[in-house]
Design a protein around this ligand. Structure first.
Ligand code: AMP
Length: 114
């Protein structure tokens, strides 16, 4: 999709600190981290949000979660714990309309978030 920041990161047109890449998904460090570990996992293919992705391609939705888990393991937070978040829509604070799973860890994560 033209004019999509995360499509441009997925294609490599915009640089990012990539920690995982395969044919269907890319994971990269959030530019404004909210925790010591803050990685975003996105599909290469454009989908607006998690529900749209799951409806269109459930296998790809599952792959994103698997990559998020692998990223957490590689970042060393599997045992201490981590959070996966996928914001949808303005009231949830979704600022990039290309589905992404935040993987947050490395500190105590209170709930609910502020
Ligand atoms: P959300 O607000 O849930 O849509 O999350 C979007 C996230 O993308 C935010 O946490 C931003 O800090 C992050 N972000 C925006 N631009 C970039 C970028 N160029 N590279 C890495 N992360 C980014």
């Amino acid at each position: 999709m033209s004019d999509c920041l995360f499509c441009a990161i997925a294609s490599g047109d915009i640089p990012a600190a990539v920690v995982h890449r395969d044919e269907r998904a890319v994971a990269f460090r959030d530019i404004d981290p909210k925790a010591p570990v803050h990685v975003l996992v996105i599909p290469v293919e454009h989908h607006a949000n998690a529900a749209d992705l799951a409806a269109a391609d459930p296998a790809l939705a599952g792959h994103l979660l698997a990559v998020a888990g692998a990223v957490a393991a590689a970042e060393g937070v599997s045992e201490s714990g981590y959070r996966m978040v996928s914001n949808t829509g303005p009231q949830a604070g979704q600022s990039v309309p290309h589905v992404h799973v935040h993987v947050l860890g490395g500190r105590d994560l209170s709930w609910p978030p502020g």
